[in-house]
Ligand binder design. Structure first.
Ligand code: PSU
Ligand code: MN
Length: 300
């Protein structure tokens, strides 16, 4: 794969310093302007403060790029013509020299090819409520790409029990980070158990090493609950999600447009609160990912 990696990331990987991959769909399709650019920059800063080098991943004019320059980040945050790129979108974007923002699946694929082991995001995609065949490519990518993804669970708009079932089928260990429950993105608990609880970055690193010794192809999903002070009450967010789902059905929103429709709609319905929570959990995940990356070191 032809990947452009910026010198800072090349050097960090070569000297076995910790690197954390960050996705770009969050910037183009997940958060509204101008918050998206502020958050993209701030997340990179959080990774640095926690001792790792950030590598935001995107496709620019058909070139897969690991580590974005400030003006590239700005361009993505402002453009209306960036394609949301999961695994299946890569040939299209590259053949047509388009701009693409990588989803969790797309970011995992590129990060792994570049030799990065840990990746931080907000919430992964999963199985959609009432549409058990709408399964995010994030889940199948987790089954085939040995990257550690730090998230706050799956996005709250999804069917969490079915999402965990698919992760089991895909052979993906689900880790509760300082929790025994799978977190529910905006709120800390879902009532659903995880496969293992880890309380420190070193415990996660041990799992990563064991997976590598076994030569298993799957990623590891580390789910960290949003900090208590920023969590939203489950009932409030549920009401907004039900409303957003009804709106999507009424407008006939389908396919890859579903997630980008639902997330801003929930945000609109809950006001400032859900956005603050979303940003808080992103930073929390970026920090934890940097700490884990610091323990695993480098190596494919
Ligand atoms: N979670 C968020 N914001 C986002 C996404 C997830 O809080 O923007 C994005 C991620 O890039 C994820 C994608 O990979 O949504 C999943 O889309 P789909 O359900 O179409 O696979
Ligand atoms: Mn889908």
């Amino acid at each position: 794969m032809n990947i452009h990696v910026i010198p800072e990331v090349v050097e960090a990987l070569a000297s076995k310093r910790p690197v954390v991959a960050l996705e770009s769909t969050l910037i183009t399709h997940g958060l509204p302007r101008p918050v998206n650019l502020e958050v993209a920059r701030a997340l990179e800063q959080t990774v640095r403060e926690a001792g790792a080098i950030p590598a935001t991943i995107a496709i620019l004019k058909g070139r897969i790029t690991v580590g974005l320059l400030p003006e590239e980040l700005e361009f993505l945050a402002h453009s209306d013509f960036v394609r949301k790129c999961s695994r299946r979108d890569f040939p299209i974007v590259i053949a047509n020299a388009e701009d693409g923002a990588t989803t969790v699946a797309g970011t995992m694929m590129i990060a792994h090819a570049a030799g990065i082991q840990v990746f931080a995001t907000g919430g992964i995609g999963g199985v959609h409520r009432g549409h058990p065949f709408d399964v995010s490519a994030d889940l199948t990518e987790l089954g085939r790409t040995p990257i550690t993804v730090v998230c706050a669970g799956a996005k709250a708009i999804l069917d969490l029990p079915l999402t965990l079932e698919v992760l089991e089928t895909q052979g993906v260990p689900v880790v509760g980070y300082q929790t025994s429950e799978f977190p529910a993105f905006y709120s800390r608990s879902s009532g659903l158990p995880v496969d293992v609880r880890c309380d420190t970055p070193e415990e996660v690193a041990r799992l990563i090493r064991a997976r590598d010794h076994l030569n298993l192809p799957a990623g590891i999903l580390v789910a960290a609950p949003v900090p208590e002070s920023e969590a939203l009450p489950h009932e409030d967010i549920e009401r907004a999600i039900e409303q957003a789902l009804a709106d999507a059905a009424q407008r006939g929103v389908r396919g890859k447009a579903v997630t980008p429709f639902l997330l801003p709609r929930v945000s609109e319905l809950t006001g400032e609160a859900s956005r603050r929570t979303n940003i808080a959990l992103l930073h929390n995940n970026a920090r934890i990912a940097a700490e884990i990356a610091g323990r695993v070191g480098r190596g494919k």
